[in-house]
Design a protein around this ligand. Structure first.
Ligand code: ADE
Ligand code: ZN
Length: 350
């Protein structure tokens, strides 16, 4: 409980929001298809002559009441059906980058789900080409750098992931990593051991969603079987002290997504979110938005809502910002430059 004397007043809130916005930070867990706003869904549906099962933007928003991950995924895959052309993917990316640049992000590592699009008959190049051109424009016009991560859908067989890796061949010099997303429970990381090994042999970095709804055993598998460089979510790792010890000892980054966790009922109240505890345990946690159009907020809102709910200190916020760069796939020189910018910012703001 915060007492009245300790509760930040509205000026304190403004200062906190301003401090967060100005803090140099990276977003490491963002599904670009999850940035599709209902207004854009209607716009793309109109220009591509796709019919939607919703009468209005409000009706779409009303449908965003989820009890778990699968509830969300069903509507998220349906929404992605309006994306048909390279221009759509370019526009989707640019709309996201404008928002995240306003939130003070300097760098983004974004996921896309090629199978969601190739399974509808779009060539791999439509999503990949549109996103890469949006990323290039965002760097030029907004100064936000980015890297692209290809996610395999884990509810589909490993052979489908192999086919996707093959389709990605012409783009592998512009894709930094492969990831693993979609329905977690029942689809353990070990199901994708061989395709992750093939990706590693091609020089790609590796990440995987683990411990969002799945048990700590899935996080162990992501580490030991897939040999990932980062864990996406990782909340349920806290149930296993030996796993926490392993993650801290290795300095493994966890890309935590607080508003997503709230919306998908991973936590029932943001005040019960484990982020502050993760930091106290020495875990390299970061804050991210996951699917911001569906979960109620982009990067800065995730930071702000969590900071307020958990009473995060400026020192903890600065640690989260540092973690977002040390956990990124930027070069050590690039990372150092961002860390120096954080240090300079924290000194001037305190
Ligand atoms: N795809 C998009 N968002 C996801 C999430 N939070 N978990 C698993 N798969 C996803
Ligand atoms: Zn995710």
């Amino acid at each position: 409980m915060t007492t009245a004397a300790c509760r930040p007043d509205s000026r304190g809130m403004d200062n906190l929001a301003e401090f967060i916005r100005g803090l140099p930070k990276a977003e490491l867990h963002l599904h670009i298809e999850g940035s599709l706003e209902p207004e854009q869904m209607f716009e793309f549906a109109r220009r591509n002559r796709v019919s939607l099962p919703f009468a209005s933007v409000e009706a779409v928003r009303e449908a965003y009441a989820f009890s778990n991950l699968q509830d969300f995924l069903d509507i998220y895959y349906q929404g992605a059906g309006v994306l048909r052309t390279e221009q759509d993917f370019h526009d989707l990316a640019m709309a996201y980058f404008r928002r995240v640049a306003a939130d003070g992000a300097r760098h983004v590592e974004l996921f896309f789900d090629p199978q969601t699009h190739t399974d509808r008959g779009l060539p791999f190049s439509v999503a990949a080409g549109g996103l890469l051109s949006g990323m290039a424009e965002a760097e030029q016009t907004l100064g936000v750098t980015s890297k692209l991560i290809l996610c395999f859908l884990r509810h589909l067989p490993e052979e489908a992931a192999f086919a996707t890796l093959k389709a990605a061949e012409p783009y592998l010099d512009r894709i930094v990593a492969v990831g693993l997303d979609s329905s977690e429970v029942g689809h353990p990381p070990s199901k994708f051991a061989r395709v992750f090994k093939a990706a590693r042999e091609r020089g790609l970095k590796l990440v995987a969603h683990a411990g969002e709804e799945g048990p700590p055993a899935y996080v162990w598998e992501a580490l030991d079987v897939l040999q990932v460089d980062r864990i996406d979510h990782g909340n349920r790792a806290l149930e296993d002290p030996a796993l926490v010890k392993r993650l801290t000892a290795e300095g493994m980054t966890l890309t935590v997504c607080p508003l997503s966790n709230l919306k998908l009922c991973v936590v029932d109240d943001l005040r019960a979110h484990p982020l502050k505890h993760m930091l106290a345990l020495g875990l390299r946690a970061t804050v991210n938005s996951d699917d911001p159009a569906y979960f109620g907020g982009y990067l800065a809102k995730n930071w702000f809502a969590t900071a307020v709910a958990l009473g995060l200190t400026r020192e903890e916020l600065a640690t989260l910002a540092r973690n977002s760069f040390t956990g990124s796939f930027l070069t050590p020189t690039e990372t150092q430059a961002h860390l120096a910018a954080i240090d300079a910012y924290v000194v001037t703001e305190s």
